[in-house]
Ligand binder design. Structure first.
Ligand code: FAD
Length: 463
């Protein structure tokens, strides 16, 4: 049921990204009075649209493409289940199975090759397979004892398969997929299954061989026809229809009354301070991202995390018609450009290709971690040329949009939330990056709230 002014709502959700919307739709549908408070002028957070204008190349009406996430991993059924659950009017689509490439560079020049077919995290099942030899010199695995104390993923690979493979392939995959260096990751955390097989067999390549029989790397994702940004728009419509109120342009500054000690305090409503609006709520779900979450609770934040800058370019090029690097490329550190990944969006998604005029392409470039302000028509043209091997000039970049995201992926713990049953965290800050994790986690948060609040109202909330 819609919330009235001045009443105490059951659930106030801060942030209308996917996590906040998933919780809102569920709690509203369960009959809980639900308000979502969103700082920006739209729902979706990191699922965001960008309009590519109605100039040459996209038809008079223009085209809306993703400016943030453009796919979701299918390693969980989280997103598919959500679409079914709410009968969302969207069509799930598979990417072009051609897959992505890896571009390595160095003194000996640029090397381009499809991402190794039988590999996990860039670790090959056969280090002498042709697609590995196209990237790094031959090297057999050195069979060493499984270390008593787990070193970094980089070190474990470098010791067995050489620095070349660890830096040009494994580190590049980690930076492109997790925005973290392989030096900062451990195998047991990134891929527990592979770690377990490695401990059992004592061989990295044997462990990969056991697991790599599955789909081609990069193909275990799906998208939405028209763009991922449509998912939150449709979900917000369902949440509203179920009775949730979604307030846009309403940044929350602070949550008052949180972390009180003693049962009496915890029975009282929390107060969500959004400037001229104060919302009193029995429970608050913070779905804002890590830095904001800690700030709202008055807790110490250890920095906002490195921003991720993304360039979305409409490019006219005959050379790109041949899809020179499949659906895109992960770019090794040593390559002489400031981008870590390129997505040839219309090579990847058929629905997008159908809407572009001949010889026109949508290319997304992700800047290296922490690098900002470098994207302009000239640098984008250079990056596309280096990565694809197709010469693209600045004037071929017909339109350019640059977006900056704070996509810090480290997961949060909050002492205040842990101590206060009225407070809950949802979203990538606590569930981990990516919709395959964020969506199922948010549904669990909603189930917890529905279970807890279905009990008779708290004494002071009813008064
Ligand atoms: C460029 C890019 C590409 C990505 N690609 C993929 C991909 O291919 N596949 C995949 O699964 N994931 C991808 N991700 C990650 C994925 O988008 C996120 O993990 C997910 O969308 C996070 O959802 P969320 O609801 O936790 O947070 P967000 O989407 O960040 O939503 C948080 C919301 O809270 C609002 N907010 C913040 N502070 C306040 C405040 N004080 N008051 C009120 N509102 C506030 C924000 O405005 C925002 O709307 C990508 C992310 C980026 C940036």
């Amino acid at each position: 049921m819609p919330a009235e002014a001045n009443e105490i709502v059951d659930v106030c959700i801060v942030g209308a990204g996917m996590a906040g919307l998933v919780v809102a739709a569920e709690t509203a549908a369960a009959g809980l009075r639900t308000i979502v408070v969103e700082a920006s002028d739209r729902v979706g957070g990191m699922l965001a649209p960008v309009m590519i204008g109605g100039d040459a190349g996209v038809g008079a009406a223009g085209l809306t493409v993703d400016a943030g996430a453009e796919s979701f991993a299918t390693r969980t059924t989280g997103v598919a289940d959500l679409i079914d659950r709410w009968h969302l009017p969207v069509t799930v689509t598979a990417p072009n199975p051609a897959g992505a490439w890896l571009v390595a560079g160095g003194d000996s020049g640029i090397r381009r090759a499809p991402l190794p077919r039988r590999s996990v995290l860039g670790i090959p099942a056969d280090p002498r397979a042709a697609d590995i030899l196209a990237l790094v010199p031959p090297r057999a695995e050195r069979l060493l004892p499984v270390p008593a104390e787990e070193p970094s993923l980089y070190d474990i690979v470098a010791a067995r398969l050489g620095d070349d493979l660890a830096s040009a392939v494994v580190d590049t995959v980690c930076r492109g997929v997790y925005s973290r260096s392989a030096h900062d990751l451990t195998l047991s955390v990134v891929h527990p299954q592979l770690w377990q097989r490695f401990v059992q067999t004592g061989s990295l390549t044997d462990a990969v061989a056991d697991l790599a029989a599955g789909p081609r790397p990069g193909s275990a994702v799906a998208g939405i026809v028209g763009g991922m940004w449509r998912l939150p728009v449709e979900l917000a419509a369902r949440a509203r229809a179920a009775g949730a109120t979604i307030m846009l342009d309403t940044p929350v500054h602070r949550i008052h009354g949180a972390g009180g000690v003693g049962d009496r305090t915890r029975d009282e409503a929390l107060s969500v301070d959004a400037g001229s609006t104060a919302i009193r709520a029995r429970t608050v779900v913070i779905a804002t991202g890590r830095g904001q979450a800690l700030r709202l609770l008055g807790e110490h934040s250890d920095g906002a995390g490195a921003p991720v800058e993304l360039a979305i370019a409409l490019v006219r090029s005959l050379g790109l018609d041949a899809h020179p690097v499949g659906t895109g490329a992960l770019i090794a550190d040593a390559a002489p450009i400031d981008a870590k990944a390129l997505t040839h969006a219309n090579a990847k998604w058929g629905w997008l290709d159908e809407q572009l005029e001949r010889h026109h392409h949508v290319v997304r470039l992700s800047a290296r971690d922490g690098v900002t302000g470098r994207f302009d028509e000239a640098s984008v043209a250079t990056a596309i040329s280096v990565v694809t091997g197709v010469s693209v000039a600045a004037e071929d970049v017909r339109e350019l949009h640059v977006r900056r995201w704070d996509a810090s992926s480290s997961s949060s713990t909050s002492l205040v939330v842990a101590a206060d049953p009225r407070l809950h965290l949802a979203g990538a800050a606590v569930a981990g990056t990516g919709l395959a994790s964020v969506v199922p986690h948010a549904r669990e948060v909603a189930a917890t709230l529905i279970h807890a609040l279905a009990a008779p109202p708290l004494a002071s909330a009813a008064s």
